[in-house]
Write a protein that binds this ligand. Structure first.
Ligand SMILES: Nc1ncnc2c1ncn2[C@@H]1O[C@H](COP(=O)(O)OP(=O)(O)O)[C@@H](O)[C@H]1O
Ligand SMILES: C=C(OP(=O)(O)O)C(=O)O
Length: 562
């Protein structure tokens, strides 16, 4: 028999001495394949029985399927947060528990609705992992206040909120308005780079970038906030770009302007960005999200600057331009992580390509073991309404399932009507995916069994199953050798007749695992399914002590037929 250290050779009985440590660890929540670590049928409560063990449990299972960020420091932060919480948490138990079982992280943009210390504490308690400062808005003084408030909340204990400074970048924005302007289809509208903005005529607003007038041409489509309103350029006259409204809407202050299919001819890091980065370095923020990265050299420039200054913060590239999409592998390789900035991205590339690019960024970054934030419009309707659309919920679930390390809230938490509710929805939806994954924890074991069986050229993969689930999971991994499913009753055996690759048989499950295995081998021999010296891969999850989840042990063994 080839036994696996740390995996209990248990079928129906107590763990043997060799596996006692693993079983003990599973009770304490870490390490072993006990169901306490990744519960097979667990609801939230059984996954995390107490606050103390919740912290340890979370540390044990926090690593996503593809290693993401430990090398860049994120994982260390997670562990530190968990350890800190295990020692002393000033948060309510249920707040810790609610954030404790979610594996993907949540970035919240801090804005006028959420900048005071108690709002930040409430966001932290509701599951915020990273606070985002958008340098397109607010003064350094305002952002310094937010940073101080985040630090106050961190210092209270129990949470570990990271600080992300998002540069304005070479984005083009409309100017400040005294009041929103309603624009209807067909309305003539002027965008100006005039210096003197006093007494602008109606249906006119300024634009933040002087060369705007050089970059746009007659026939271009001007998108406001990625297409919430759009305008056709009809002429360019000195400092004024004259347009006609195609899709109407309400224009508010400092809106995004994109010319469909074109990037502004500004450098990726503008003078304002350098000032903001200096501010961030003084303040010691943890992450920089670099807007409108076009080339890996943009990232290298910032990283070299930080190296010179002895700053260890991480640089995340915001993928939001057609240029960046064209150089994804190089840009991601140069960065510490990425943000899928779907707002501007959807204005620069066809909107139907955005999900494909998102998928590719998450996939590449998982291969590179670097984190990805999926951002923008995740719960957009909750800026105004107390419940999300079903499509928004699906969007979050899809991002989490893809393996995004984090999902982000923008206007929802910055200036929406329901910041905490929006975060609550994102938390619950992302957590639901984690719980579902946790419920399928044996999938990993099934895959491992399947891989082993193939590599070892096993004669059969034997799975002991009481209700058929384990056989179904093993079957879904499509091993190359036959799957022999052994169960205690004939009705279940029949139900398994539909499962790919499975031959099901009934045997008596003994309290002694060795007896059960020996019965299984007899059956295989009798049926001509295996002969003496053949290799078998055996997996099971049997209850020990006849107890609940806490007494279940998953095992994976390689044995030779006697
Ligand atoms: N620091 C801030 N000061 C004032 N308003 C802010 C701030 N941060 C965000 N907001 C508001 O919240 C909205 C949504 O935030 P975000 O998505 O980060 O901005 P944008 O889409 O404008 O880049 C912004 O458009 C702005 O109205
Ligand atoms: C996240 C984005 O960037 P910002 O909010 O800074 O425009 C985006 O465009 O999706």
């Amino acid at each position: 028999m080839v036994a696996f250290a740390g995996l209990a050779p248990v079928l129906g009985g107590r763990p043997r001495a060799a596996t006692a440590a693993a079983a003990a660890a599973s009770k304490g929540s870490a390490g072993a394949w006990g169901v306490t670590a990744r519960p097979a049928s667990a609801g939230r409560a059984t996954a995390i029985p107490t606050r103390r063990s919740a912290a340890a449990h979370w540390t044990a299972v926090a690593t996503p399927p593809a290693p993401s960020s430990t090398s860049t420091g994120n994982g260390v932060g997670v562990a530190a947060a968990a350890a800190a919480a295990a020692q002393a948490s000033t948060l309510e138990d249920d707040a810790w528990l609610r954030t404790g079982s979610r594996q993907s992280k949540i970035v919240c943009t801090i804005g006028p609705k959420t900048s005071d210390v108690e709002s930040i504490a409430a966001l932290a308690a509701a599951g915020m992992n990273v606070a985002r400062l958008n340098m397109s808005h607010g003064t350094h003084e305002w952002h310094a206040g937010v940073i101080a408030n985040v630090r106050t909340v961190n210092a209270r204990g129990g949470v570990n909120i990271g600080l992300l400074l998002d540069t304005k970048g070479p984005e083009v924005r409309s100017g400040d308005l005294k009041a929103p302007i309603e624009v209807e289809r067909g309305q003539a509208f002027t965008w100006t780079v005039r210096r003197d903005l006093t007494d602008l005529p109606p249906f006119t607003t300024d634009v933040s970038y002087d060369d705007f007038v050089k970059d746009v041409h007659v026939g271009d489509t001007l998108l406001v906030d990625g297409g919430m309103c759009s305008f056709l350029v009809t002429s360019v006259d000195g400092p004024d770009v004259l347009t006609e409204c195609i899709d109407g809407g309400t224009l508010t202050s400092r809106r995004h302007l994109n010319v469909r299919g074109k990037s502004a001819s500004l450098p990726a890091i503008t003078d304002k960005d350098w000032e903001d980065i200096r501010f961030g370095m003084e303040q010691g923020v943890d992450f920089y999200a670099l807007s409108f990265v076009k080339h890996e050299n943009d990232v290298a420039e910032l990283k070299a600057h930080m190296l010179d200054a002895g700053v260890q913060a991480l640089v995340l590239s915001k993928i939001e331009s057609a240029d960046a999409v064209g150089r994804l592998p190089q840009i991601l390789a140069a960065s510490d992580g990425a943000m899928v900035a779907r707002g501007d991205l959807g204005a620069e590339i066809p909107v139907e390509d955005v999900p494909l690019v998102q998928d590719e960024i998450v996939r590449l970054n998982r291969l590179l073991r670097k984190p990805t934030i999926v951002a923008t419009h995740m719960l957009e309707s909750m800026i105004s309404y107390p419940t999300p659309t079903r499509a928004e919920v699906t969007d979050i679930t899809e991002a989490v399932k893809q393996g995004a390390d984090a999902t982000m809230l923008s206007g929802e938490t910055a200036n929406g009507a329901y910041p905490l509710r929006a975060l609550g929805v994102m938390n619950t939806v992302a957590e639901a995916d984690a719980v579902r994954d946790a419920g399928d924890g044996r999938v990993d074991l099934a895959f491992a069994a399947s891989t082993l069986a193939t590599r070892l050229d096993a004669t059969a993969l034997v799975v002991f199953t009481r209700v058929g689930n384990y056989a179904r999971l093993v079957s879904s991994t499509r091993p190359r050798c036959p799957i022999i499913a052994l169960c205690p009753d004939a009705a279940l055996m029949r139900r398994m007749s539909l499962l790919w690759g499975v031959s099901a048989f009934v045997i008596d499950f003994s309290d002694d695992p060795e007896v059960t295995i020996s019965r299984a081998m007899d059956l295989l021999r009798r049926r001509g399914l295996a002969a003496s010296k053949d290799t078998l891969v055996i997996c099971s999850d049997m209850l020990v002590d006849g107890g609940g989840d806490a007494d279940a042990v998953n095992t994976l063994q390689v044995r030779r037929m006697q």
